[in-house]
Design a protein. Structure first.
Length: 69
């Protein structure tokens, strides 16, 4: 899912820049650039966390579905 990961990271960057514009309409290019990088990295970290939780949840669900002796 490389393309979906990249799209998610880009969306995170755009959202961070838009939020920066809402908070400070006169923000400098440097500030917007930092916000874009932070949004990009944050979205990637969030996706990794969600994937990790899904992997852990899948094994727990399988363990819970097994008959108890």
């Amino acid at each position: 899912m490389g393309i979906l990961d990249t799209v998610g990271e880009i969306v995170g960057a755009v959202a961070a820049v838009e939020a920066t514009d809402k908070v400070d309409p006169d923000a400098s290019l440097l500030t917007k650039g930092i916000a874009a990088v932070a949004g990009f990295k944050g979205a990637g970290a969030l996706e990794a966390l969600v994937e990790k939780k899904e992997d852990e949840g899948g094994t727990e669900a399988a363990d819970n579905a097994a008959p108890q002796a």
